[in-house]
Design a protein around this ligand. Structure first.
Ligand SMILES: NC(=O)C1=CN([C@@H]2O[C@H](COP(=O)(O)OP(=O)(O)OC[C@H]3O[C@@H](n4cnc5c(N)ncnc54)[C@H](O)[C@@H]3O)[C@@H](O)[C@H]2O)[C@@H](O)CC1
Ligand SMILES: Nc1ncnc2c1ncn2[C@@H]1O[C@H](COP(=O)(O)OP(=O)(O)OP(=O)(O)O)[C@@H](O)[C@H]1O
Ligand SMILES: [Mg+2]
Length: 347
């Protein structure tokens, strides 16, 4: 992941163009479009770095073999789903399965549970989040989960948020990796200590969530134009929790390194794409941590996982948009997870 230096840059640029050509040929884009994309050396650098990182992401993907039992490739829990929002936890949970997890659990309110169950027979749904016993009920399952995604469709009801505080504490005590998104980020903005210094956490704020977190956590205002520095500073202030700022380019930092994901996506901004990202990331975080340092080559497993998940979501968006144009919705993107995964990580 180290940046390419000095004279090597020209070669790196050429390699990046070649690589892009290979990728774009799959989509029958003209070469001049490819060249335009990769012409500036800076861009070529990012492409080269992205490709180096994606190569490491490929290393962490567990092989499919006949020797494994159900659950080994990931048991992921989603904490979210309330009266208003049932789509978000569904998108996150089904995305985790489509990326390659074996089991996907949703911990939601009693009212939301039958709705989420009815979307898919593939999800295991626990109607516990608004019970007084929510924390012990979820805690019971924690030993069987590899990663938790907290926040999609959670809402901002005080009782629910109080329960989620307890679930976060219990998960940290068990050293479980946690992806925090959406209303989970709202909770973290109110109580940053909940996540402060927990190195197995990844936060995935959109534009508004990022500003909210920055205002809550940083004393000095951030320079809005310098995304890289803003993300690095937020991560550092939170004790090197990994932060993924979603946007035109996704900016990822662990407070030390900063990566950018510029994989081509689409201009369609329908709701739910962030939920797809959080579910996919839950699986990749588990895979990356499980793979061990020999596979990650000394790179931060969480940075690799984030880069993999961001690239995947953007590729899904691009493929879905090619088929459906303006009518593209998150469901169309989820249908592209398999093909997009193959193109990015299995070719
Ligand atoms: N089908 C569903 O059930 C969905 C539910 N969702 C849930 O809805 C709840 C609220 O999520 P929100 O994301 O709306 O959060 P907020 O309630 O904090 O609202 C953020 C607002 O910022 C706006 N915004 C987003 N990106 C922006 C940008 N780059 N510049 C300016 N404005 C921008 C959005 O339109 C939104 O109105 C969460 O629980 C979330 O998980 C969403 O995930 C979308 C899909
Ligand atoms: N301007 C953009 N151009 C290309 N891709 C983008 C752009 N903005 C966001 N994305 C991509 O869309 C995905 C979701 O980001 P977005 O900011 O929409 O999240 P969100 O607001 O949390 O979504 P959700 O509706 O699920 O809550 C990310 O993977 C990101 O890479
Ligand atoms: Mg969101």
């Amino acid at each position: 992941m180290a940046p390419v230096a000095g004279a090597g840059a020209v070669l790196a640029g050429a390699a990046a163009v070649a690589l892009l050509s290979a990728v774009f040929v799959l989509y029958e884009l003209p070469l001049d479009a490819v060249l335009q994309r990769a012409f500036s050396l800076h861009k070529a650098h990012s492409v080269k770095n992205m490709e180096t990182t994606l190569q490491l992401v490929r290393n962490i993907i567990p092989p499919l073999t006949s020797k494994k039992h159900k659950g080994q490739d990931g048991r992921i829990g989603i904490v979210g789903g309330c009266q208003e929002y049932t789509g978000a936890p569904y998108f996150a949970a089904i995305s985790a399965l489509k990326v390659g997890a074996d089991l996907s659990h949703v911990f939601c309110t009693q009212e939301a549970a039958p709705v989420i169950k009815s979307y898919s027979p593939e999800l295991i749904v626990h109607p516990v989040l608004d019970r007084p016993s929510a924390v012990p009920n979820v805690e019971e399952w924690l030993p069987r989960l590899h990663a938790l995604v907290v926040g999609p469709g959670l809402g901002r009801d005080d009782t629910l948020l109080e329960n989620v505080k307890g679930i976060l504490e219990a998960s940290k005590a068990r050293d479980i990796p946690i992806v925090i998104d959406a209303d989970g980020l709202w909770l973290v903005a109110q109580h940053p200590a909940l996540i402060q210094g927990y190195r197995k956490a990844v936060l995935t704020p959109n534009h508004v969530e990022f500003s909210r977190l920055s205002e809550a956590v940083l004393r000095d205002p951030v320079d809005g134009s310098d995304h890289r520095e803003a993300v690095r500073r937020l991560s550092q202030a939170l004790g090197n929790v990994t932060v993924v700022q979603k946007g035109e380019r996704d900016v990822i930092s662990d407070g030390e390194q900063v990566l950018e994901c510029a994989q081509e996506g689409s201009s369609r901004r329908c709701g739910g794409q962030g939920d797809l990202l959080s579910g996919a990331l839950g699986v990749l975080v588990h895979w990356a941590l499980h793979a061990g340092p020999e596979k990650t080559n000394g790179s931060s497993p969480l940075l690799l996982a984030a880069m993999g998940a961001c690239s995947l979501v953007r590729q899904c968006s691009r493929q879905a948009f090619q088929k459906h144009g303006r009518s593209t919705t998150t469901t169309d993107m989820i249908a592209e997870v398999g093909p997009a995964f193959r193109i990015l990580f299995e070719t």
